[in-house]
Design a protein around this ligand. Structure first.
Ligand SMILES: Nc1ncnc2c1ncn2[C@@H]1O[C@H](COP(=O)(O)OP(=O)(O)OP(=O)(O)O)[C@@H](O)[C@H]1O
Ligand SMILES: [Mg+2]
Length: 533
């Protein structure tokens, strides 16, 4: 017999056990001995194995989750309550410990760095607005005063997944109220809130992130801002520029001109902005000149606005009558920003430009030394000014190309000469589609026939089209105007000053002496879209 636990075993007690003990003894004796189990395999069946495996996984996941939760809790407490120095020590210990197990790396992009704003944060903000999906659980929507479309953005704590060159990036915006315990080094600004982005990616893509992804975001943000920003129209008063928002709605779609010419100009502008490296290589200032000529009301100013809207360039409308001296002119030109257009309208009459010989005389005459002159303007545009900025377009307009000084027309000065002519059937179709949104009408045939006979400017045609919202009434008015012109004989083709066989002409002076020795490098004359009348 085996001794009972906790009972003092004496001979007499064994022989005469107390009553309760006897019962227990009985029970103890009568309890069937546990049968020895046959040795089985550890897992009786596959099911058993799977269940055990699941249980173990659950157990370990549970442990891992509770470790992570505890770690997060400790970390929060540390960040909230510990003094700065201690916090750094504890945090770096945490990072060392958990960093070993993590394959990810996280970059913090704070809104402010010290007192200044962080450009990378601003760029990320702009960039991420374009990456938000409307399928996200939560996102912010706003509408800017200057924009027609809605802007979507991230909300605090929401994650956004982005991809770049096959790498996945996780973005998260964090906003925190600043409190006294918050690290003073964290944010010096007076804002009551601190914000930052957390950018997480696999650590093997650290180099791609720093060398390609972040620069890509900066570049994209620049492009987005360029499209969003309001264009400015600068005008000179005395020696300084004053600015207003440029709100001219003209686009290349709405400018009424011959299709081939339009295409040529568009391609030329696009090539110009894409050729930064080429200009650098040939050692030429990154600028391009356009001379727009044609009768009043043919769309020269409209085309300038369309060019500015297309390139997203500000316009500097230089009134030369306001400028007395060459030195003032230089000051104004130097004050221009990059990515801008210098426009001098009616160059032939905006200043009493004597011919260049007179200019030379003036320069030798001390009394006229600083007086504004054509050579002063051209030399400055070609010389110092060109090298002080980038991406500049210069546009001169005139109603009388033949009156212009030869210096203005010489090759290399104005790269393209664009003739804006009277309204032709093609331009009429664009105008009528702009104003009345129609492509066909029974009266078109008569109008187009009349336009081939008489000279009417697009401005005149546009004015008629605007007279009534009813297209029939407007077109009848236009027919009447064109018939009157024909009957008067004044506007008949062949009589006017703008008597040309070609409605639209581009005379392009190609760049000379470029390193790229191709046919392009020779001076060429291109006639585009000649429409015989
Ligand atoms: N080619 C065109 N395409 C579209 N609209 C035009 C065109 N030409 C003229 N218009 C209309 O006529 C108006 C006057 O045109 P714009 O001021 O562009 O002519 P301009 O050639 O600059 O004249 P000016 O020589 O007198 O300065 C514009 O506001 C526009 O409504
Ligand atoms: Mg004009």
């Amino acid at each position: 017999m085996r001794p009972l636990p906790f009972y003092k075993t004496t001979r007499s007690s064994i022989q005469n056990p107390p009553k309760t003990i006897s019962v227990l003894l009985l029970l103890h004796r009568t309890r069937p001995k546990p049968k020895k189990k046959k040795k089985k395999s550890k897992f009786s069946s596959t099911m058993d194995f799977q269940t055990k495996a699941m249980e173990s996984i659950k157990k370990y996941l549970g442990i891992a989750a509770s470790i992570a939760a505890t770690a997060m809790l400790v970390r929060t407490i540390v960040n909230e309550y510990l003094p700065h120095e201690l916090r750094i020590i504890v945090n770096s210990a945490f990072n060392k410990l958990f960093g070993r197990f993590s394959t990810n790396q996280t970059i913090f992009i704070q809104k402010t760095e010290g007192l200044t704003s962080n450009k990378l944060y601003e760029a990320s903000n702009t960039y991420l607005c374009t990456r938000i999906s409307t399928n996200m659980r939560r996102f912010r929507v706003s509408q800017n005063e200057n924009k027609n479309s809605l802007t979507l953005s991230l909300v605090d704590g929401e994650e956004l997944i982005d991809a770049f060159q096959g790498v996945e990036y996780k973005w998260k915006l964090i906003c925190k109220q600043k409190n006294q315990r918050m690290d003073r080094n964290w944010d010096f600004s007076s804002a009551s809130e601190v914000r930052w982005y957390e950018l997480t990616f696999h650590k093997k893509y650290k180099d791609v992130t720093l060398n390609s992804y972040l620069p890509h975001i900066m570049e994209k943000a620049k492009e987005i801002k360029a499209v969003d920003r309001r264009l400015k129209l600068y005008m000179n008063e005395n020696e300084s520029w004053s600015q207003i928002d440029l709100q001219h709605p003209a686009t290349f779609e709405t400018v009424a001109m011959e299709a081939d010419l339009k295409k040529t100009i568009l391609e030329d502008l696009t090539r110009f902005v894409e050729r930064k490296e080429y200009y650098k290589k040939i050692g030429k200032a990154w600028k391009r000149g356009y001379l727009l000529f044609g009768p009043p009301g043919t769309g020269k100013s409209t085309l300038i606005s369309a060019m500015a809207n297309y390139l997203r360039f500000d316009i500097y409308d230089l009134n030369l009558k306001e400028v007395q001296k060459n030195s003032s002119l230089k000051r104004l030109l130097v004050g221009m920003k990059n990515k801008s257009m210098l426009v001098i309208e009616d160059i032939d009459c905006s200043i009493d430009f004597k011919n260049r010989d007179m200019d030379k005389k003036n320069q030798s005459d001390l009394s006229h030394h600083d007086e504004i002159s054509l050579s002063g303007l051209l030399n400055f545009i070609d010389g110092l000014w060109s090298t002080s900025g980038e991406e500049r377009i210069i546009v001169f307009t005139t109603n009388y190309k033949e009156k212009l000084d030869r210096a203005l027309l010489r090759p290399g000065r104005m790269d393209m000469h664009i003739h804006m002519g009277y309204c032709v059937p093609n331009s009429f179709r664009i105008l009528v589609s702009n104003y009345h949104a129609i492509d066909e009408h029974p009266m078109f045939e008569e109008i187009e026939g009349l336009l081939k006979e008489v000279e009417a400017t697009p401005a005149e045609v546009a004015e008629q089209l605007l007279r009534s919202e009813k297209v029939d009434v407007a077109l009848e008015g236009l027919i009447q105007l064109l018939q009157e012109k024909r009957n008067d004989g004044q506007g008949n083709k062949g009589n006017g000053k703008d008597d040309k066989d070609e409605k639209l002409v581009v005379v392009e002076k190609k760049e000379e002496g470029g390193l790229e020795s191709s046919a392009e490098d020779h001076e060429t004359e291109v006639v585009v879209g000649a429409v015989n009348c």
